[in-house]
Design a protein around this ligand. Structure first.
Ligand SMILES: NC(=O)N[C@@H](CC(=O)O)C(=O)O
Ligand SMILES: [Zn+2]
Ligand SMILES: [Zn+2]
Length: 422
């Protein structure tokens, strides 16, 4: 691995610096030898982004995504670490499965892969998975989630929070009360769902579960993370819980920050996702909450799907959309350019906060000599029209296709190695 010399970059705090990289760490520029040069004049250098919520589909659905392609999409999006969700085939519910995934990632990944274990065996919602063994395994699992499914049974959720607490792990919940909507619910319950003849999820299907879970977090003293929060009601519950000192964090996806229920009018199943895209009042609520820190971080919920799982009537197509490559673009568009978040704020919401979630030692760190060399070089003013066929992902369910958006990621460096450069 060659040394790097990155010249003229501006850091998030506004200061300028030349950065040397050697042996995976930042060093003084004078300490590099035979370095590959990157001219970063006019560019921002931010710590590598960390995604708390990625679906990599390997093992099980390598036709939709692999660890190699998903983490290449991550690198193109400025990410140096992703947390790999457990709804794989086989489900990551044993120490062996967690170690297998970690070993596979060590061979093929273009970013650090942090293994998430499931909360329950087979995501069935009944018996706890081998949480303790997964934690003690070589994969050192510190986050558990049945994401894709909500842990509906409150006693199971209470036990998971209580047990995880003993080894400082966090339970990440897909907050969606399936009993508050019919089995065919597939979009936000609203005037539009009525007009389109689609069964809807009310906002309260989300906020009711969040309310229950923050009470269980309080009761157990465990750590709760709320995945992909999408409603004004959900945000209000988080605000209330934090004011009471409950140990809770929340994430919002780029698509819930940017896209709305109106996209569904085309019946294009690219826009089918859980939780569903919402109306303007909800979009405004999640933007405001990300700005004021009520929502702690951005999580992409990158959910690749093959055409044969999307080319169906809206109510039976699989939910999910990809997001790793355009996540920073969306945050720049709706938060930074709108004056709602400054660059230190972006670093916190997209790197430091998600790294704290699972206590990562080498990610979400400042750009400084001696620190691990994880960074993204950003051109904040570049723009481009998104082309889904230019994606590193194996899947094409890109909801930003054809839109004019920021195109910020010039280069990504993970552990001293250039994983993307345009
Ligand atoms: N978000 C989605 O609509 N789908 C996700 C699962 C999930 O995050 O709930 C998937 O795995 O496809
Ligand atoms: Zn989910
Ligand atoms: Zn997900």
């Amino acid at each position: 691995m060659r040394d790097l010399l990155i010249t003229g970059a501006q850091l998030a705090d506004g200061t300028s610096a030349d950065l040397g990289v050697s042996n995976g760490h930042f060093v003084a520029p004078s300490d590099v030898t035979d370095a590959e040069r990157i001219d970063a004049d006019g560019l921002l250098a931010l710590p590598g982004l960390v995604d708390p919520h990625t679906h990599l589909r390997e093992p099980g659905r390598e036709d939709a995504e692999t660890i190699a392609t998903g983490t290449l999409a991550a690198a193109r999006g400025g990410y140096t670490a992703v947390h790999a969700m457990a709804n794989l085939d086989p489900v990551t519910d044993t120490a062996e499965a967690a170690e297998y995934l970690a070993a596979l990632a060590a061979r093929t990944a273009n970013a650090e892969v942090i293994v998430i274990g499931s909360v329950t065996k087979g995501l069935a919602g009944e018996q706890l998975s081998e949480m303790g063994l997964m934690n003690r395994s070589a994969a050192a699992v510190r986050m558990f989630s049945d994401d894709g499914r909500c842990v509906m049974d409150p006693l199971v959720m209470r036990r998971a929070l209580t047990y995880a607490k003993t080894f400082d792990a966090v339970i990440a919940q897909h907050s969606q009360d399936t009993r508050l909507a019919g089995p065919t619910a597939c979009c936000h319950e609203s005037e539009i769902s009525g007009r389109l003849g689609l069964a809807g999820w009310p906002a309260q299907a989300e906020s009711a579960i969040i309310a229950r879970d923050v009470e269980l977090a309080q009761l157990s003293g465990g750590r709760l993370h709320v995945c992909h929060i999408s409603t004004a009601e959900g945000v209000e519950v988080i605000r209330w819980a934090k004011a009471r000192g409950v140990n809770v964090t929340a994430e919002v996806t780029p698509h819930h920050l940017y896209l709305g229920t109106r996209e569904v009018e085309s019946y294009d199943t690219t826009f089918k996702v859980n939780p569903p895209l919402r109306t303007d009042e909800h979009i405004e609520a999640v933007r405001a909450a990300l700005a004021d820190g009520t929502i702690d971080m951005v999580g992409t919920d990158h959910a690749p799907h093959a055409p044969q799982d999307k080319d169906h009537p809206f109510d039976i197509a699989l939910p999910g959309m990809i997001g790793l490559e355009q996540s920073l673009a969306v945050v720049i568009e709706v938060m930074v350019d709108a004056g709602r978040l400054d660059w230190p704020g972006v670093v916190d919401r997209m790197s430091a906060a998600p790294a704290r979630l699972t206590r990562l030692a080498t990610q979400g760190r400042p750009i400084a000599e001696g620190e691990p060399a994880n960074l993204v070089l950003v051109d904040p003013s570049a723009r481009a029209v998104v082309d889904r066929d230019a994606s590193a992902s194996k899947s094409r369910n890109n909801p930003y296709h054809g839109r004019d958006l920021p195109d910020p990621v010039v280069a990504t460096v993970w552990a001293g190695k250039v994983t993307h450069r345009r």
